[in-house]
Structure formats: structure tokens, C-alpha cells
Design a protein around this ligand. Structure first.
Ligand SMILES: NC(=O)c1ccc[n+]([C@@H]2O[C@H](COP(=O)([O-])OP(=O)(O)OC[C@H]3O[C@@H](n4cnc5c(N)ncnc54)[C@H](O)[C@@H]3O)[C@@H](O)[C@H]2O)c1
Length: 270
């Protein structure tokens, strides 16, 4: 890997909420940053970066956008629970297109995975990234697909990837669940930079969460890439509202995603 300043970085999902934050923060650190999204970039493209509009499902376009990249930060795709047909092009086909481009360019992939890979664990259960996944929808399944594509591309081709299972990446926690799942913007940025600049990562799985007193997520590969969380949602404990009045969402770590279309009888009933 070249030294930090000469990294050739591509960011997918650049027009999204987290993408726009990362675009601004990374543009000054990595000159020549390339931004891409299916939607136009809202507002001015940060100085030192350039934007290319492209659909992740378009293999040819993604191959072209990724030419010369040594790092691909892959944050693009459908970011909420939807039908399988809606998830398929961006999250499944798109992820394969990104890893193929990474293979051709020998690039490292940093992927925005999600807590919805494990959403059906009960709240309070402390998890390791080695625990069996329990996705709470097609969205969560698509994130596991990407984690596994990363594993396959590392074992077969030596392509490294860092998969960040993001909890709740928002400016401030607003409800009780966030006291466990909050991932501050500064911690997100620190983790992405550590993942870009680590000498070696192999295939790494990380919890995208701050150092929250009430976190449910423990063992992961953060130390291996030289990252330590600094923020703690507990500082907002007096300000947050109660979680929505939804017994299924209140029971499981994935919150409201778990109760969408939930079809099981209440506990104890057949
Ligand atoms: N915000 C969070 O707390 C959170 C939590 C877990 C995971 N994540 C993941 O982090 C990433 C960024 O999240 P966000 O909150 O900024 O979501 P977002 O919806 O604001 O951004 C996603 C971007 O992907 C783009 N996109 C969708 N389909 C595309 C396609 N086919 N081709 C090209 N671009 C496409 C969208 O236009 C959008 O700009 C997502 O992958 C999301 O799943 C976010």
C-alpha cells in the first residue's frame, strides 16, 4: 500500500447522508478522491474531489469509475429494509461489481455493513463478530452477502476488506436504543481512516459503534486495524426519548426493522 497521502480512494454512496459527511472529510486528506452515486451529488463537490454519477448495478460503469483506485469505500446501496427485488441490483449485484473492480485494481474494500446482520438477537445479549448472524430482513441478508463476498475474495484473490457493522451513525442519540447502538461521526471517520491506512487488514469484521457504556457488541477486529472508539452515548442518557411503543422492536437489537412484517406468534403461543 502507498503512504496515506498518495492513496487513490473511491467512495460509493457519496450523495447519501454518511457519504456526504465522508466526502467532505476525506477530500482534504486524500487528493484525487473520486465520489460516485446513482443520484447527483447534492451541493458543491468538495475541493480536490471529482464526482461521477453511476449505478452500482452497471458493471462496466463501476469498472471505469474504479480504474486506478487502491481503496474503495463502499457505502452505496439501499440503506433500509425493502423487497428483495429492490435490494438485489444495488446491494447484491452492485457489491459483486465493486469487489470485481477491487480485484482488477488490487484495491482494499471498506464496506458499510450493518447491525441488521444480527438484528434478531435479543437486546442485552453481548455479541462477538464470530457469533452466528441473525439478519432481520433482506437488507441485513444483503450486508451478510457482502461480508461473505469479502471473505471469498480474500481467500481466493488476496483482496482485503474491512466490514463495518454500523449501529446508529447519527449526530446524537435520540432514543434509548441508541445508547447501545450509537456510532458518533468522529468515531466513524476515525474507523474509516484506520481501515484505509492500516498496513494490512486481511478480511476484517468490526462493530461500527462508539465506546458506549451500554453497548451490546464486543469482540471484533478493531485492534488489528489500529482503531479505538472514543465517544460514549452515555453523555446523552438524560436527553433521549423512550423507544417507540412496539414490543417486537423493543425486544430485539435490530429495533424497528425486526417488527416490519413480523409474523411469529407472541412468545408462549403456538
Ligand atoms: N446511517 C446509519 O446509521 C447506517 C447504519 C447501518 C448501515 N449503514 C450503511 O451505511 C451506508 C450509508 O448509509 P446512509 O445512512 O448514508 O444511507 P443513504 O441512503 O443516505 O445513502 C446511500 C446512498 O447509496 C446510493 N445508492 C442506492 N442505490 C444505488 C445504486 N444502485 N447505485 C449507486 N448508488 C446507489 C443512494 O443514492 C444514496 O445516496 C449504507 O450502505 C447503509 O446501509 C448506515
Amino acid at each position: 500500500m502507498p503512504d496515506a497521502a498518495s492513496r487513490k480512494v473511491l467512495l460509493t454512496g457519496a450523495s447519501g447522508v454518511l457519504g456526504r459527511f465522508l466526502a467532505v472529510e476525506l477530500a482534504s486528506r486524500y487528493p484525487g478522491l473520486v465520489l460516485t452515486d446513482i443520484l447527483p451529488f447534492p451541493g458543491e463537490v468538495p475541493e480536490g474531489a471529482r464526482f461521477v454519477q453511476a449505478d452500482l448495478a452497471d458493471a462496466e460503469k463501476i469498472a471505469k469509475v474504479a480504474e486506478g483506485a487502491d481503496t474503495i469505500i463502499h457505502f452505496g446501496g439501499v440503506a433500509v429494509e425493502k423487497s428483495f427485488e429492490t435490494i438485489l441490483p444495488g446491494n447484491i449485484v452492485g457489491t459483486v461489481n465493486v469487489f470485481e473492480a477491487a480485484r482488477v485494481n488490487r484495491a482494499r474494500v471498506i464496506f458499510a455493513s450493518s447491525n441488521h446482520t444480527i438484528g434478531f438477537y435479543e437486546r442485552g445479549k453481548k455479541l462477538s463478530v464470530r457469533d452466528r448472524p441473525r439478519p432481520d430482513g433482506f437488507y441485513g441478508v444483503s450486508k451478510l452477502f457482502a461480508e461473505d463476498v469479502g471473505s471469498f475474495y480474500f481467500d481466493k484473490f488476496g483482496i482485503e476488506s474491512v466490514h463495518i457493522r454500523i449501529g446508529s451513525a447519527i449526530r446524537e442519540p435520540t432514543e434509548i436504543r441508541h445508547l447501545s447502538t450509537w456510532f458518533s461521526y468522529p468515531d466513524l471517520l476515525r474507523m474509516v481512516i484506520a481501515a484505509i491506512e492500516a498496513e494490512k487488514t486481511g478480511h476484517a469484521l468490526l462493530w461500527g459503534v462508539s465506546a458506549n457504556t451500554r453497548s451490546w457488541w464486543g469482540e471484533d477486529d478493531a485492534a488489528r486495524i489500529g482503531y479505538r472508539a472514543e465517544d460514549n452515548a452515555e453523555a446523552f442518557a438524560d436527553k433521549v426519548a423512550a423507544d417507540p411503543d412496539d414490543p417486537v422492536a423493543r425486544r430485539f437489537q435490530g429495533g424497528s426493522f425486526t417488527s416490519q412484517g413480523y409474523g411469529r406468534a407472541p412468545e408462549g403461543k403456538s
